[in-house]
Design a protein around this ligand. Sequence first.
Ligand code: ADP
Ligand code: MG
Length: 295
Amino acid sequence: ATPTALLVGTGRGAQLGILIKGPEVLENTRRVDTVVLDKTGTVTTGRMSLVGLAVAPGEDEEEALRLAGALEHASEHPIARAVAEAAAERTGPLPAPEGFENVPGRGVQGVVEGHAVLVGRERLLADWALELPEELAAAKAAAEEAGRTAVAVAWDGRARAVLEVADAVKETSAEAIRRLRDLGLTPILLTGDNAAVARAVAAEAGIDPELVIAEVLPEEKVDAVRRLQAEGRTVAMVGDGVNDAAALATADLGLAMGTGTDAAIEAGDLTLVRGDLRAAADAIRLSRRTLRTIQ
Ligand code: ADP
Ligand code: MG
């Protein structure tokens, strides 16, 4: 491959809203046969909003929202932003948490106004030997059945509320996935979210429900990529989050959403500047065409 032709390829990429780390990246792009897509922020907008709130008998909705919102205010996770926004809107200025801690792929924990508060998935509750009471487990199941994400709120040693947030599939995702398929690639959805939510998003985006890998912890995203590589696939990974960075680096080709975190952008080989998944298909088409011109 002549360096000049490769650089012409990267110049065309810039016009399409694709930033390429180095010309050698195009070589890997050409061989890709599988595209692993992160869900939140990649296939979906990542802008979630609070759409439901259930409390255990005797608990106060406003208190649940205020304690959860105060803690989530310190987190940048899309779920956290939705919760903090709704809490501020409904309950006014939020108190500052103490000892705030982000538990990647699980949730957040800290102290708000003297209460030890947890907000996150059931796995986080389990870390503290807490369980959802029956009423809340039912509310959570119903929300997930409907394709929403439900997170638990616990304070002072008891799970007391479930918050429901929803996130929309990007308008461009279905077309992007169709184009990837037209290029002969297999799209796979990979997410830390639960299987019901993941399947609902996959159905809307046009991904085979059999090709959904859900409920993976951030460090397990790398393992999922490695397993696909062990099957003999050449894997591209598209992601936006801090929790995608290792998988982006491990994949044969890492594509970072330009709208995502710096960690993802640094780990990726390519950046889709506008955060438009259709540019992933453009990138693969471009690399194939560029390399055909060279050979
Ligand atoms: P994704 O792979 O979809 O971007 P993450 O790995 O970031 O998801 O998170 C996985 C799950 O952990 C979320 O669906 C949620 O249940 C829980 N979680 C993570 N961070 C938070 C948070 N700040 N607040 C509440 N729940 C959280
Ligand atoms: Mg994400």
